[in-house]
Ligand binder design. Structure first.
Ligand SMILES: NC(=O)c1ccc[n+]([C@@H]2O[C@H](COP(=O)([O-])OP(=O)(O)OC[C@H]3O[C@@H](n4cnc5c(N)ncnc54)[C@H](O)[C@@H]3O)[C@@H](O)[C@H]2O)c1
Length: 418
């Protein structure tokens, strides 16, 4: 099939490369000329395991090309995926300006029968506006469908090659048949529904996962009031098959490019429709106040951060990505600087002037583990203690270390909820 992928960010490049690998002819399009220039040379402009190899392979076969020209990308495309960003507007609602700009730009070049698929996370009702915008600029027949994306940065290639399911938000027409055929090599698990349901499904999924993180943080805070260890609580609770042991991450709260904005959008939507006691309004608030709350607690613990040096291990929003959007590090570092601490940083993938963990720890009074990169899970704790300055606190915000082992190495351990 001939495809166009609009927006060559985290979702767009992975989607384009995977469909090209399946034998489709794919054109990736972006308005960012720098990004397209890099992609044309086979360089992925961000870190995502396995993606560089896939990009080079599919470019060699000629199945994947890149352009900044809408005329070039759209004028032969049977299916067009829209994968541009949908950040939060100041009021929390999804800012759809990039979606609408891409739709207006593609409309004049559509071929008859083309299917425009919204993969960006957008609120229900967006497709009506998209249809209106396209209809005003073309006389050809077209369809608009919603196929929300569920990949996770860090495992995006795997997730796209082996999705749990494909949600097809389609109306009447040939979109269902064409999109099923296109995705069939990836899964047999298609769930067909109305576009608005597909869009709500994406928001519901991310809001549920964000709620799980907030829930376990609430339990962790209560554990700290007694002798309970939240990691033991998770083991016991997770064995209940109704609950499951996966996706429990007590820590500094959820971050990244999706959860914060998707919770904000649903919270804003709830307010807008008069559901002012919505759970999601509270989840958003609890997450926004989580880091300042914990930092105030750690401040007391270490005897005040002012004048101390703090080593931050991990600057991305999670491991195996260099995406720093809404990463805890951003908030922790600005909090520390505002409280007169000196900050040193380390990260395996976020470049600039970062150090290795031992260099960062040298002369530091406190080490804070913010991201569980594999290389940070096997630290030589005795070496770490030997280069640090008293009081030698090891704040493990990911609960990755055995508190007793850290203490035995001569460090003072602080986890979350234990
Ligand atoms: N990143 C994720 O893990 C993830 C997962 C699932 C869903 N999503 C959703 O997918 C969408 C894209 O996310 P992302 O992380 O890939 O975004 P991104 O910011 O990495 O990439 C978006 C790209 O769109 C380009 N763009 C903006 N306006 C354009 C236009 N008019 N024409 C062509 N290109 C344009 C930008 O230059 C950028 O390269 C968002 O709605 C997001 O919520 C993201």
């Amino acid at each position: 099939m001939r495809l166009a992928c609009i927006g060559t960010g985290f979702v767009g490049v992975v989607t384009a490369a995977v469909f090209a690998k399946l034998g489709n002819t794919v054109v990736g399009l972006d308005i960012d000329e720098g990004k397209i220039a890099k992609l044309k040379q086979g360089i992925v402009p961000f870190f995502e395991p396995g993606l560089s190899e896939l990009l080079v392979e599919t470019q060699k076969t000629g199945n994947l090309t890149f352009t900044t020209s809408y005329a070039e990308a759209i004028s032969s495309a049977e299916v067009i995926f829209i994968m541009v960003g949908t950040p939060s507007a100041p009021d929390g609602q999804a800012d759809l300006q990039y979606v609408f700009a891409s739709v207006e730009a593609l409309a004049p070049h559509l071929i008859d029968g083309a299917i425009v698929v919204i993969k960006s996370t957008v609120p229900p009702g967006t497709n009506d506006k998209v249809k209106e915008l396209i209809g005003a600029k073309t006389k050809v027949s077209f369809e608009v469908a919603s196929v929300p994306e569920f990949l996770k940065e860090g495992t995006a290639v795997e997730d796209t090659l082996h999705p749990d399911r494909i949600i097809l938000g389609v109306e009447l027409g040939h979109a269902k048949e064409t999109l099923t055929k296109l995705h069939e090599p990836l899964t047999q698990n298609f769930i067909v529904m109305k576009p608005a349901s597909a869009q709500m499904c994406k928001y519901a999924s991310n809001n549920y996962l964000a709620t799980r993180i907030t829930f376990i943080n609430q339990i962790a805070d209560l554990c700290e009031q007694n002798d309970a260890d939240v990691e033991e609580v998770i083991r016991g609770m997770g064995a209940d098959r109704r609950i499951g042991s996966h996706y429990w991450y007590p820590g500094l709260g959820y971050g990244g490019s999706c959860f914060p904005k998707d919770v904000k959008e649903i919270a804003a939507y709830a307010q807008h429709v008069g559901e002012s006691d919505s759970l999601f309004i509270k989840i958003d608030l609890l997450n926004s106040t989580r880091i300042p709350k914990l930092m105030a607690k750690y401040d007391q613990l270490v005897g005040g951060f002012a004048g101390k040096t703090v080593a931050i291990l991990g600057l991305s929003f999670k491991k195996n990505t260099n995406d720093t959007r809404e990463a805890p590090a951003e908030y922790v570092i600005s909090w520390l600087r505002a409280h007169q601490a000196l900050v040193k940083t380390a990260d395996p993938q976020v470049p600039a002037d970062t150090l290795d963990p031992y260099q960062a720890a040298t002369g530091s009074h406190v080490v804070m583990l913010l991201v569980e990169w594999d290389e940070y899970l096997k630290l030589d704790l005795t070496k770490l203690a030997s280069v640090m300055k008293t009081p030698k606190y090891f704040i493990d915000t990911r609960n990755q270390y055995d508190p007793a082992a850290v203490s035995a190495a001569g460090l003072k351990y602080q986890g979350v909820g234990r």
